[in-house]
Write a protein that binds this ligand. Structure first.
Ligand SMILES: C[S@@+](CC[C@H](N)C(=O)[O-])C[C@H]1O[C@@H](n2cnc3c(N)ncnc32)[C@H](O)[C@@H]1O
Length: 345
Protein backbone atom coordinates (compact mmCIF):
# COMPACT_ATOMS: atom_id res chain seq x y z
CA UNK A 1 0.00 0.00 0.00
CA UNK A 2 1.57 3.29 -1.09
CA UNK A 3 0.34 5.86 1.36
CA UNK A 4 0.62 9.52 0.68
CA UNK A 5 -0.59 10.38 4.15
CA UNK A 6 1.91 12.12 6.42
CA UNK A 7 2.19 12.71 10.14
CA UNK A 8 3.13 16.19 11.30
CA UNK A 9 4.18 16.71 14.88
CA UNK A 10 4.01 19.87 16.94
CA UNK A 11 5.28 20.69 20.43
CA UNK A 12 6.73 17.29 21.20
CA UNK A 13 10.00 18.61 22.52
CA UNK A 14 8.59 21.63 24.34
CA UNK A 15 6.96 22.18 27.69
CA UNK A 16 4.51 24.92 28.49
CA UNK A 17 1.14 25.23 30.16
CA UNK A 18 -0.86 26.17 27.08
CA UNK A 19 0.80 23.71 24.71
CA UNK A 20 -0.66 20.36 23.90
CA UNK A 21 1.51 17.69 22.28
CA UNK A 22 -0.02 17.29 18.84
CA UNK A 23 0.30 14.80 16.03
CA UNK A 24 -1.55 15.76 12.88
CA UNK A 25 -2.35 13.11 10.31
CA UNK A 26 -2.55 14.81 6.91
CA UNK A 27 -4.06 13.27 3.80
CA UNK A 28 -2.90 13.88 0.25
CA UNK A 29 -5.34 16.73 -0.23
CA UNK A 30 -4.70 18.32 3.13
CA UNK A 31 -0.97 18.33 2.32
CA UNK A 32 -1.84 20.25 -0.83
CA UNK A 33 -3.95 22.62 1.29
CA UNK A 34 -1.05 23.22 3.72
CA UNK A 35 1.40 23.62 0.83
CA UNK A 36 -0.79 26.35 -0.73
CA UNK A 37 -1.16 28.10 2.63
CA UNK A 38 2.62 28.16 2.94
CA UNK A 39 3.13 29.35 -0.63
CA UNK A 40 0.71 32.25 -0.21
CA UNK A 41 1.87 33.08 3.32
CA UNK A 42 -1.69 32.53 4.65
CA UNK A 43 -2.21 31.85 8.33
CA UNK A 44 -4.61 29.00 9.07
CA UNK A 45 -6.16 28.32 12.50
CA UNK A 46 -8.07 25.14 13.17
CA UNK A 47 -10.07 25.55 16.36
CA UNK A 48 -11.78 22.83 18.35
CA UNK A 49 -13.79 24.30 21.19
CA UNK A 50 -15.66 22.94 24.17
CA UNK A 51 -18.10 25.64 25.27
CA UNK A 52 -18.84 26.28 28.93
CA UNK A 53 -22.12 24.43 28.47
CA UNK A 54 -20.35 21.33 27.20
CA UNK A 55 -21.14 21.83 23.50
CA UNK A 56 -18.37 20.88 21.10
CA UNK A 57 -17.77 23.03 18.04
CA UNK A 58 -15.04 23.48 15.48
CA UNK A 59 -14.05 26.16 13.04
CA UNK A 60 -11.48 26.99 10.41
CA UNK A 61 -10.03 30.50 10.36
CA UNK A 62 -8.15 31.54 7.24
CA UNK A 63 -8.33 34.05 4.40
CA UNK A 64 -11.27 33.62 1.96
CA UNK A 65 -9.15 31.86 -0.70
CA UNK A 66 -7.96 29.24 1.76
CA UNK A 67 -11.47 28.78 3.17
CA UNK A 68 -12.68 28.26 -0.40
CA UNK A 69 -9.94 25.71 -1.03
CA UNK A 70 -10.80 23.78 2.14
CA UNK A 71 -14.44 23.69 1.02
CA UNK A 72 -13.50 22.63 -2.53
CA UNK A 73 -11.31 19.82 -1.15
CA UNK A 74 -14.11 18.84 1.27
CA UNK A 75 -11.56 18.62 4.09
CA UNK A 76 -12.65 17.25 7.45
CA UNK A 77 -11.00 17.44 10.85
CA UNK A 78 -10.91 14.10 12.65
CA UNK A 79 -9.41 14.45 16.09
CA UNK A 80 -8.40 12.13 18.90
CA UNK A 81 -7.90 13.53 22.37
CA UNK A 82 -6.14 10.79 24.26
CA UNK A 83 -3.91 10.20 27.25
CA UNK A 84 -0.49 9.02 26.18
CA UNK A 85 0.97 5.75 27.35
CA UNK A 86 4.71 6.19 27.09
CA UNK A 87 4.57 9.28 29.28
CA UNK A 88 4.01 6.95 32.24
CA UNK A 89 5.32 3.58 31.06
CA UNK A 90 8.67 3.13 32.77
CA UNK A 91 9.57 -0.52 32.56
CA UNK A 92 12.74 -2.52 32.15
CA UNK A 93 12.28 -4.08 28.69
CA UNK A 94 15.11 -6.55 29.24
CA UNK A 95 12.93 -8.18 31.93
CA UNK A 96 9.51 -8.10 30.30
CA UNK A 97 10.80 -8.90 26.80
CA UNK A 98 13.13 -11.62 28.07
CA UNK A 99 16.10 -10.21 26.15
CA UNK A 100 19.43 -11.99 26.47
CA UNK A 101 22.81 -10.39 25.72
CA UNK A 102 23.39 -12.82 22.84
CA UNK A 103 20.09 -11.71 21.25
CA UNK A 104 21.35 -8.14 21.14
CA UNK A 105 24.55 -9.49 19.54
CA UNK A 106 22.44 -10.97 16.72
CA UNK A 107 20.74 -7.61 16.26
CA UNK A 108 24.08 -5.78 16.05
CA UNK A 109 25.53 -8.46 13.70
CA UNK A 110 22.64 -7.90 11.28
CA UNK A 111 23.39 -4.16 11.12
CA UNK A 112 26.96 -4.82 9.81
CA UNK A 113 28.41 -1.70 11.37
CA UNK A 114 31.77 -0.64 9.98
CA UNK A 115 34.22 2.11 10.89
CA UNK A 116 32.81 5.60 10.26
CA UNK A 117 29.21 4.34 9.98
CA UNK A 118 26.26 6.56 10.76
CA UNK A 119 23.65 4.56 12.68
CA UNK A 120 20.10 5.33 13.87
CA UNK A 121 18.51 3.62 16.88
CA UNK A 122 14.88 4.43 16.13
CA UNK A 123 12.12 4.18 18.78
CA UNK A 124 15.13 3.84 21.06
CA UNK A 125 13.35 4.23 24.42
CA UNK A 126 15.96 4.48 27.17
CA UNK A 127 18.66 3.29 24.79
CA UNK A 128 19.33 -0.38 25.59
CA UNK A 129 20.16 -1.14 21.94
CA UNK A 130 22.35 1.96 21.64
CA UNK A 131 24.22 1.02 24.82
CA UNK A 132 24.95 -2.39 23.34
CA UNK A 133 26.05 -0.98 19.98
CA UNK A 134 28.35 1.56 21.67
CA UNK A 135 29.91 -1.08 23.92
CA UNK A 136 30.52 -3.36 20.97
CA UNK A 137 31.93 -0.72 18.60
CA UNK A 138 34.20 0.55 21.35
CA UNK A 139 35.55 -2.98 21.89
CA UNK A 140 36.12 -3.35 18.15
CA UNK A 141 37.69 0.14 18.02
CA UNK A 142 35.16 1.34 15.45
CA UNK A 143 34.25 5.01 15.36
CA UNK A 144 30.56 5.51 14.66
CA UNK A 145 28.08 8.37 14.72
CA UNK A 146 24.98 7.21 16.60
CA UNK A 147 21.61 8.98 16.45
CA UNK A 148 18.89 8.12 18.96
CA UNK A 149 15.27 8.98 18.20
CA UNK A 150 11.98 8.38 20.03
CA UNK A 151 8.58 10.07 20.05
CA UNK A 152 8.45 10.41 23.81
CA UNK A 153 10.76 12.78 25.65
CA UNK A 154 9.96 10.97 28.90
CA UNK A 155 11.61 7.85 27.47
CA UNK A 156 14.63 9.76 26.12
CA UNK A 157 15.06 11.33 29.56
CA UNK A 158 15.72 7.81 30.89
CA UNK A 159 18.84 7.35 28.71
CA UNK A 160 21.87 6.88 30.99
CA UNK A 161 24.25 9.87 30.95
CA UNK A 162 27.15 7.76 29.69
CA UNK A 163 25.16 6.64 26.62
CA UNK A 164 23.76 10.12 25.96
CA UNK A 165 27.29 11.57 26.08
CA UNK A 166 28.43 9.23 23.31
CA UNK A 167 25.44 9.80 21.01
CA UNK A 168 25.73 12.22 18.10
CA UNK A 169 22.14 13.35 18.73
CA UNK A 170 19.17 12.42 20.92
CA UNK A 171 16.06 13.60 19.09
CA UNK A 172 12.33 13.66 19.75
CA UNK A 173 10.75 12.49 16.52
CA UNK A 174 8.09 10.31 14.99
CA UNK A 175 9.07 7.19 13.06
CA UNK A 176 6.37 8.13 10.53
CA UNK A 177 7.92 11.52 9.84
CA UNK A 178 11.63 11.25 10.58
CA UNK A 179 13.47 14.47 11.40
CA UNK A 180 16.59 13.48 9.39
CA UNK A 181 17.80 14.30 5.87
CA UNK A 182 17.58 11.85 2.98
CA UNK A 183 20.30 9.22 2.53
CA UNK A 184 22.35 9.85 5.67
CA UNK A 185 22.42 6.53 7.58
CA UNK A 186 24.33 3.31 6.93
CA UNK A 187 22.05 1.32 9.25
CA UNK A 188 18.74 1.87 11.05
CA UNK A 189 17.49 -0.42 13.79
CA UNK A 190 14.08 -0.65 15.49
CA UNK A 191 13.76 -3.05 18.40
CA UNK A 192 10.26 -3.77 19.70
CA UNK A 193 8.92 -0.51 18.31
CA UNK A 194 7.02 -1.20 15.10
CA UNK A 195 4.04 -2.64 17.01
CA UNK A 196 3.55 0.75 18.72
CA UNK A 197 2.52 2.21 15.37
CA UNK A 198 -1.07 1.65 14.17
CA UNK A 199 -1.48 -0.88 11.36
CA UNK A 200 -2.46 1.78 8.82
CA UNK A 201 0.70 3.78 9.62
CA UNK A 202 3.27 0.98 9.56
CA UNK A 203 4.08 1.48 5.82
CA UNK A 204 5.01 5.09 6.65
CA UNK A 205 7.74 3.84 8.99
CA UNK A 206 9.28 1.71 6.23
CA UNK A 207 9.05 4.57 3.70
CA UNK A 208 10.72 6.97 6.13
CA UNK A 209 13.54 4.58 6.99
CA UNK A 210 14.08 3.92 3.26
CA UNK A 211 14.34 7.67 2.71
CA UNK A 212 16.96 8.32 5.42
CA UNK A 213 19.16 5.32 4.52
CA UNK A 214 22.07 5.58 2.11
CA UNK A 215 21.95 3.27 -0.92
CA UNK A 216 23.21 -0.10 0.35
CA UNK A 217 22.11 0.78 3.92
CA UNK A 218 20.56 -1.86 6.20
CA UNK A 219 17.23 -1.76 8.02
CA UNK A 220 17.00 -4.21 10.92
CA UNK A 221 13.83 -4.89 12.87
CA UNK A 222 13.31 -6.98 15.99
CA UNK A 223 9.64 -7.63 16.65
CA UNK A 224 7.14 -9.91 18.27
CA UNK A 225 5.57 -11.60 15.26
CA UNK A 226 2.73 -14.02 15.90
CA UNK A 227 2.55 -16.95 13.48
CA UNK A 228 -1.17 -16.99 12.70
CA UNK A 229 -4.19 -14.70 12.82
CA UNK A 230 -5.58 -16.58 15.82
CA UNK A 231 -2.32 -16.15 17.76
CA UNK A 232 -2.18 -12.50 16.73
CA UNK A 233 -5.72 -11.85 18.00
CA UNK A 234 -5.19 -13.69 21.29
CA UNK A 235 -1.87 -11.96 21.98
CA UNK A 236 -3.19 -8.53 20.96
CA UNK A 237 -6.28 -8.83 23.16
CA UNK A 238 -4.18 -9.94 26.11
CA UNK A 239 -1.82 -6.98 25.66
CA UNK A 240 -4.74 -4.56 25.24
CA UNK A 241 -6.28 -5.75 28.50
CA UNK A 242 -2.94 -5.47 30.30
CA UNK A 243 -2.39 -1.96 28.90
CA UNK A 244 -5.91 -0.87 29.84
CA UNK A 245 -5.38 -2.15 33.41
CA UNK A 246 -2.01 -0.38 33.50
CA UNK A 247 -3.69 2.91 32.51
CA UNK A 248 -1.99 3.42 29.13
CA UNK A 249 -4.65 4.86 26.80
CA UNK A 250 -2.81 5.43 23.53
CA UNK A 251 -0.98 2.12 23.69
CA UNK A 252 -4.31 0.25 23.90
CA UNK A 253 -5.58 2.02 20.78
CA UNK A 254 -2.45 2.21 18.61
CA UNK A 255 -0.70 -1.12 18.83
CA UNK A 256 -0.60 -3.65 16.02
CA UNK A 257 1.51 -6.82 16.21
CA UNK A 258 2.41 -7.72 12.64
CA UNK A 259 2.38 -11.41 11.73
CA UNK A 260 5.67 -12.89 10.46
CA UNK A 261 4.22 -13.42 6.97
CA UNK A 262 3.27 -9.70 6.71
CA UNK A 263 6.77 -8.43 7.40
CA UNK A 264 8.52 -9.09 4.03
CA UNK A 265 5.70 -7.32 2.23
CA UNK A 266 6.15 -4.17 4.35
CA UNK A 267 9.87 -4.04 3.49
CA UNK A 268 9.36 -4.80 -0.20
CA UNK A 269 6.54 -2.29 -0.68
CA UNK A 270 8.88 0.47 0.52
CA UNK A 271 11.56 -0.61 -2.00
CA UNK A 272 13.87 -2.75 0.18
CA UNK A 273 15.61 -5.81 -1.28
CA UNK A 274 17.29 -8.90 0.20
CA UNK A 275 14.64 -9.17 2.90
CA UNK A 276 15.67 -11.95 5.27
CA UNK A 277 14.67 -13.31 8.63
CA UNK A 278 17.99 -13.70 10.43
CA UNK A 279 16.88 -14.84 13.90
CA UNK A 280 13.93 -16.36 15.71
CA UNK A 281 13.40 -16.94 19.41
CA UNK A 282 10.38 -17.30 21.65
CA UNK A 283 9.16 -14.47 23.84
CA UNK A 284 7.59 -15.89 27.00
CA UNK A 285 4.75 -13.62 27.95
CA UNK A 286 3.66 -14.10 31.54
CA UNK A 287 0.82 -12.23 33.22
CA UNK A 288 2.53 -12.44 36.63
CA UNK A 289 5.64 -10.83 35.09
CA UNK A 290 3.61 -7.65 34.62
CA UNK A 291 2.30 -7.46 38.22
CA UNK A 292 4.91 -5.14 39.69
CA UNK A 293 6.24 -3.56 36.51
CA UNK A 294 2.90 -2.53 34.98
CA UNK A 295 -0.05 -3.34 37.26
CA UNK A 296 1.34 -1.45 40.25
CA UNK A 297 1.45 -4.67 42.33
CA UNK A 298 -2.39 -4.77 42.35
CA UNK A 299 -3.47 -8.43 42.73
CA UNK A 300 -7.08 -7.60 41.75
CA UNK A 301 -5.85 -6.31 38.40
CA UNK A 302 -3.77 -9.47 37.93
CA UNK A 303 -6.87 -11.61 38.68
CA UNK A 304 -8.87 -9.60 36.16
CA UNK A 305 -6.13 -10.00 33.56
CA UNK A 306 -5.90 -13.76 34.17
CA UNK A 307 -9.69 -14.20 33.92
CA UNK A 308 -9.62 -12.27 30.65
CA UNK A 309 -6.74 -14.33 29.22
CA UNK A 310 -8.55 -17.60 30.11
CA UNK A 311 -11.60 -16.35 28.24
CA UNK A 312 -9.87 -14.97 25.16
CA UNK A 313 -7.28 -17.66 24.40
CA UNK A 314 -8.95 -20.19 22.10
CA UNK A 315 -8.44 -23.86 22.99
CA UNK A 316 -7.30 -24.45 19.39
CA UNK A 317 -4.05 -22.46 19.84
CA UNK A 318 -3.14 -23.36 23.42
CA UNK A 319 -0.78 -26.21 22.61
CA UNK A 320 1.01 -24.36 19.78
CA UNK A 321 1.78 -21.37 22.08
CA UNK A 322 2.69 -23.54 25.12
CA UNK A 323 -0.18 -22.01 27.11
CA UNK A 324 0.40 -22.67 30.81
CA UNK A 325 -2.09 -21.66 33.51
CA UNK A 326 -0.59 -21.84 37.02
CA UNK A 327 -3.34 -19.93 38.79
CA UNK A 328 -1.81 -16.51 39.36
CA UNK A 329 0.44 -16.78 36.32
CA UNK A 330 -0.58 -17.55 32.76
CA UNK A 331 2.22 -17.79 30.26
CA UNK A 332 2.50 -18.39 26.56
CA UNK A 333 5.20 -18.07 23.94
CA UNK A 334 5.11 -15.78 20.93
CA UNK A 335 7.83 -15.71 18.27
CA UNK A 336 10.34 -12.85 18.30
CA UNK A 337 12.11 -12.40 15.00
CA UNK A 338 14.87 -10.26 13.55
CA UNK A 339 14.41 -9.20 9.93
CA UNK A 340 16.98 -7.43 7.86
CA UNK A 341 16.73 -5.76 4.46
CA UNK A 342 18.82 -3.48 2.25
CA UNK A 343 18.15 -0.30 0.33
CA UNK A 344 19.27 -1.01 -3.25
CA UNK A 345 22.57 0.57 -4.43
C1 LIG B 1 8.65 -1.14 23.69
S1 LIG B 1 9.58 0.36 23.64
C2 LIG B 1 11.12 -0.22 22.99
C3 LIG B 1 12.30 0.68 23.31
C4 LIG B 1 13.65 0.19 22.83
N1 LIG B 1 13.71 0.04 21.38
C5 LIG B 1 14.05 -1.10 23.53
O1 LIG B 1 13.84 -2.17 22.95
O2 LIG B 1 14.52 -1.03 24.67
C6 LIG B 1 8.86 1.24 22.29
C7 LIG B 1 9.34 2.67 22.12
O3 LIG B 1 8.74 3.23 20.95
C8 LIG B 1 8.47 4.62 21.18
N2 LIG B 1 7.48 5.07 20.19
C9 LIG B 1 6.15 4.79 20.18
N3 LIG B 1 5.57 5.31 19.08
C10 LIG B 1 6.56 5.95 18.38
C11 LIG B 1 6.61 6.66 17.15
N4 LIG B 1 5.51 6.82 16.40
N5 LIG B 1 7.79 7.15 16.72
C12 LIG B 1 8.92 7.00 17.47
N6 LIG B 1 8.93 6.33 18.65
C13 LIG B 1 7.78 5.80 19.10
C14 LIG B 1 8.02 4.64 22.63
O4 LIG B 1 8.15 5.92 23.20
C15 LIG B 1 8.95 3.60 23.26
O5 LIG B 1 10.09 4.21 23.79
Amino acid sequence: MKQNRKMLSANFATDGDSKIPTLLSVSDRSQEFLRRAKETGSKVRIVLELDGDGALSSSLEADPDMLGLAAAFELQLRAELIADGYNIRKVDFSKIHGVAGEDLEKLADAMEISDGARVLDLMCGYGAVSAHILERTEKERLKIELSMCDLHKVQLDRIPDAVRAMAADVTVGDARNLPYDDGVFDAVVIKMGLHEVPHIDQPLVFQNVFRVLKPGGRFVIWEVMPNTGEQQDAFTEQMQKKNELAGYESIVVDRYFTRGEQMPWLFEEAGFVDVKQVFEANFHQSTLGRLDSELGGDRHKLDELNAFVRRCTPASIRSEVDYLDEGDSISMKVPNRIFRATKPE
